[in-house]
Design a protein around this ligand. Structure first.
Ligand code: AMP
Ligand code: MN
Ligand code: MN
Ligand code: MN
Length: 283
């Protein structure tokens, strides 16, 4: 990061204990301030529940805070994540999407547990529900239980062997169609950002098809940097954001203070003057 005084350290993609992050919204905001972040968003998976706590804490630090959420969707059978930013937490359309995804999460968890039973594992459903508590239940909760029980060595193994998209079969396509979700949320005044486009199993040609659909259906932006990516990947995403007239967003996708590279406010540097920054109108 350049150490120039006018530079705002922005992080618009993070997770707390309200989904699969390790820190509470309060702890997360404190860490963001410690890291020098000046514009911040909490974007938990399919929930708005952490936003009041995060905003309250951010205000106590005079940290600029944007409401955010990371929504699970699918496109051509591929699970895709979309980050919505800068909305009224009482927005009815958004709350309807979130509520539907929460119901899908619970139903999917039961079916994931059944899939694991078929592979000889114990029934982990009840423990996963308990472990998740008030947070959105997801595959990381199953991974944690598998590690605790000595069934796998670490989360990577849990995903490789049991939980990854390749292993889920038809449980991959449980999420609402991207086109439908965008139809519900466009024209609601919020930014609709395609999350971490580089992380999907897509060739550049197919990614361009996705971006064309995303834009046509009402998407407004895409992340050009998400965590620790190669600079040439970030460069490509910057060019694509220009080609498809999508705003550029950035975020660490921070889940917790572990791993070699995840930190709040840290991601591969972008060329701010060459893209249309999503936060330009907000600060
Ligand atoms: P879900 O929201 O239930 O579909 O779970 C997806 C989440 O699992 C992602 O948001 C990541 O935080 C996490 N995840 C995905 N792949 C891995 C992996 N290989 N190791 C650990 N966590 C992962
Ligand atoms: Mn996650
Ligand atoms: Mn994601
Ligand atoms: Mn995320």
């Amino acid at each position: 990061m350049p150490e120039n005084a006018s530079y705002r350290k922005v992080d618009l993609h993070t997770h707390s204990t309200f989904s699969d992050g390790r820190l509470s919204p309060t702890e997360l905001v404190d860490l963001a301030v410690e890291q020098g972040v000046t514009l911040f968003s909490l974007t938990d998976h399919d929930t708005l529940d952490g936003l009041v706590e995060a905003r309250t804490r951010a205000e106590s630090h005079q940290l600029s805070f944007l409401n955010g959420v990371e929504l699970s969707t699918q496109w051509k059978g591929i699970p895709l994540h979309m980050v919505a930013l800068n909305f009224d937490p009482n927005n009815a359309a958004l709350n309807a999407v979130v509520k539907e995804n929460q119901a899908i999460r619970l139903d999917r968890a039961r079916r994931i547990a059944d899939l694991l039973i078929k592979q000889g594992l114990p029934d982990l459903f009840d423990e996963a529900v308990t472990l998740a508590g008030k947070s959105q239940l997801g595959r990381p909760h199953f991974a944690t239980l598998m590690i605790e029980k000595g069934l796998v060595k670490d989360a990577n193994k849990a995903f490789d062997r049991y939980l990854g998209n390749k292993r889920l079969g038809s449980l991959r396509d449980v999420w609402p169609e991207l086109e439908v979700v965008l139809g519900q949320l466009k024209d609601q005044g919020m930014a609709l950002i395609l999350a971490h486009p580089k992380r999907y199993p897509l060739t550049v040609t197919k990614l361009k098809r996705l971006l064309a659909d995303f834009k046509a259906w009402g998407g407004t932006g895409m992340e050009v940097a998400s965590g620790n990516e190669r600079p040439d990947h970030v460069r490509l995403m910057e060019r694509l954001s220009q080609e498809f007239a999508l705003h550029a967003s950035v975020g660490s996708d921070f889940h917790g203070p572990f791993g070699p590279w995840t930190q709040v406010g840290r991601f591969t540097q972008i060329h701010e003057s060459e893209v249309d920054l999503v936060w330009r109108d907000w600060v």
